[in-house]
Structures are given as C-alpha cells and as structure tokens.
Design a protein around this ligand. Structure first.
Ligand SMILES: [Zn+2]
Length: 306
C-alpha cells in the first residue's frame, strides 16, 4: 500500500478529537491543490498519538504503546518536503477551509481488446459514450443527493472506467470502476442500456457516503440501485415494489423500499446519505421519518399486501 511518494506535498491529520470524542479519521491536505480529503481511517480512534515515518510509511501509536502502520492515502503527490502533524481536529477545523474539488476528470479504457467482450464493448458501447455516462451519472447523483455545491460532495478528482477480463459484473475501488468484459460478451439484449445502468450504480459508489464504513452493505447497495432506478435504468428482472424479505437485503429490494420512503418524505435518500457522512445508525430513519426502520418496512409490506 504505502509508497514514499504518497507522503510528499501533503499534510496528514491523524485522529484527534471532535467534541472530545476521539477520531479514527485521517485527513490529508494536498499542498499542490490546497484541498482536504479523507484518507482511509486508522483501525482505532486515537487522540494524542505519537507518529513516525520509516521508509516512506507513516506509523502511529495512541496512548497504548501499540504502533500501527497508517493506511496510505489515496492521493499521490510528487516528491517534496513532507509536513506531518498530529493535531486536535477541533483546533484545525477552526482555521482550515474545507473546500470542494475543481472539475472532475472522467476517463475510460478497454483492457480487454481482442476478446469477445472487449470487441462488443467497442462496437456497441464505446469509450466516448462510457466517459459521457460517467459525467452525466455524476451530475444526476449530485442532484439526487441534493449536493448543489462542491463542498457538500466527496472530494473526487478522477473517475476511471476499466473494461477488463474478470469474474462477476462490476466493482468500484478507489474511484476506479471495473466492468467485466465476459459479462458484456454474454449479456443477451440491449447491452448498451444494461451497462449504462451498471455504470450509474457504480458511480454512486464513488460519490455516496458509507457511514465511515459502518453502514450496512445492503443499504449501500440499495442506495446505488435507488439512483439507477430514478435514472430510468432499472432492468426488467428486478423485484417489484413490495417484494423482498428484509429492508437491508440490498440492491433492488432495498432500492424499492427507499423509493417508497422517499415518497413519504421528498429528499429522504439525500438526507440519509448526508447523515451517513459521519457514521451510521438505524436511528437515522427515526430522525428523518419518525418511525423505526423495522416499522417502516412493515408499513411498506402492508401497503403492497404483505
Ligand atoms: Zn454495488
């Protein structure tokens, strides 16, 4: 993970405390762009940590003597002087401006050229169209999440799509979306529309908050499919409204439920996502809708005849 170049040009804020609550957040200030972003969190919340840099890797120790390697932040930077501080978050937040990003760059490449799926991608979808979908999907997501200004969004500079030979359909990691060439090859029907829907789902993963890793996976996937649904790319094989066994079953089941909840309170999904920036609790449903999520699921099932 770690790479010496990652440490240059940047100031790292490890843990600290916010309103006296120790934090596991790593915040990274990139001196080349004057922007803050969140790095992968430390395994434990810690304030008053000690730190050291050895062979280009940050190590941190909290009050207990256990040292831990700090996850490498995602933003690479060029070699230069390194500034490294562990301060109280409250101190820093008082003076730092947390500005959003400049324009986002969208890019796509096909690493499966010469295969059946890679060729079908070129013939029926294409890199130019895919890049355009990354952009229009991002705009649609910001509107759905009611993130009108950049400061309210995640700090993302580049979203990449890679068509490659792999199992499954698609996944997203570190703002890179990977789509399976063999899925494209084997899809029967309008593959352009299908992949457009897949891309909407995956681009949501780039932009959505995940409750600092604490949100249920089914809710994360449900929000991604909710956006796909609202964009008009729900495939015909999805469950119908009211179907499913649990609210956090994920994907289409949770997407249909979220659509019902958004009908109860316009903007609910946007508000839920916004709350998930800092953490996650089922209590968010009570906060926003006045009922527990289990009660809301029961209401939803009753509405559609159980
Ligand atoms: Zn997903």
């Amino acid at each position: 993970m770690a790479n010496p170049q990652d440490l240059s040009h940047a100031l790292y804020l490890l843990g600290g405390s916010l309103n006296v609550i120790p934090s596991s957040a790593i915040q990274v200030f990139d001196a080349t762009t004057s922007q803050w972003s969140l790095g992968p969190p430390i395994s434990t919340a810690r304030e008053f940590s000690s730190t050291a840099v050895l062979t280009g890797q940050i190590y941190s120790s909290g009050r207990c003597p256990r040292w831990e390697m700090v996850p490498s932040p995602k933003k690479p930077a060029r070699k230069m002087a390194m500034f490294f501080l562990a301060l109280s978050l409250t101190t820093l937040l008082g003076t730092a401006s947390m500005q959003g990003t400049a324009a986002v760059t969208y890019q796509a490449r096909n690493n499966a050229g010469g295969t059946a799926g890679g060729t079908r991608f070129d013939n029926e979808i294409g890199l130019d169209y895919s890049t355009q979908v990354l952009s229009t999907a991002s705009s649609f997501i910001w509107t759905t999440f009611q993130q009108d200004d950049e400061a309210s969004r995640k700090n993302v500079q580049v979203i990449s799509l890679i068509i490659e030979n792999m199992d499954g359909v698609a996944y997203t990691s570190a703002d890179q979306i990977h789509v399976s060439a063999s899925y494209i090859a084997g899809y029967s029907g309008d593959v352009k529309t299908e992949i457009t829907g897949v891309l909407y789902h995956e681009v949501v993963h780039v932009w959505q908050w995940n409750g600092q890793g604490a949100a249920p996976g089914g809710l994360i996937e449900g929000i991604a499919d909710y956006v796909r649904l609202k964009a008009g790319f729900a495939p015909s094989h999805w469950v119908q409204p009211g179907q499913g066994d649990r609210w956090d079953q994920g994907y289409d089941v949770t997407a249909r439920f979220l659509d019902y909840l958004n009908g109860l309170k316009d903007g609910f999904v946007a508000l839920l996502n916004a709350k998930m920036k800092d953490g996650y609790s089922d209590q968010y449903f009570v906060d926003l809708l006045g009922k527990t999520v289990d009660q809301l699921w029961s209401d939803y099932k009753a509405q559609y005849g159980g």
